[in-house]
Write a protein of this length. Structure first.
Length: 147
């Protein structure tokens, strides 16, 4: 390899790890890339192969135990998951179209233009026209409470 020194190889390996990281969401390959950068720095200053491997191992371990938890905590928020389909109905407000009476197994509400079967969470009767909040969804039946 003409003109290619050993520290170049470490940097190329680091770049490849960062490219692979683009396709994996776990920030795992980036930890290896950070280790490869440290090994490349050790190689640049003419340390031996053993020192380079130790630098790679220490850099990977420190980034895995130190940086990765921070990235996963602040960079990958689970609370930002957008609820879709029926999970998106929880917390929405609807209007009663047929009185809700659990003892008679009756009740319907309109939410965002759709008519749903509904039951009351505490067995109270909710009259037509009242507003309700959706608490949970079981199959096609919404459990609601009066607002």
């Amino acid at each position: 390899m003409i003109g290619l020194e050993f520290w170049h190889i470490w940097i190329i390996v680091a770049i490849l790890f960062f490219i692979i990281e683009i396709f994996t969401p776990a920030f795992l390959m980036a930890c290896f890339a950070i280790g490869a950068i440290l090994a490349g720095i050790a190689s640049y200053f003419n340390f031996g192969l053993n020192t380079q491997i130790i630098a790679f191992s220490i850099g990977t371990l420190i980034s895995f135990l130190g940086v990765r938890p921070l990235i996963l905590k602040y960079g990958h928020k689970k609370g930002s998951i957008i609820k879709t389909n029926v999970e998106g109905l929880v917390g929405k407000i609807g209007k009663v179209s047929n009185s809700i009476d659990n003892s008679k197994d009756e009740g319907r509400i309109i939410v965002e233009g759709d008519n749903w079967r509904a039951i009351s969470d505490n067995d109270e009767i909710i009259n037509i026209g009242e507003k309700v909040e959706i608490l949970k969804v079981e199959s096609t039946i919404l459990t609601v409470k009066r607002i």
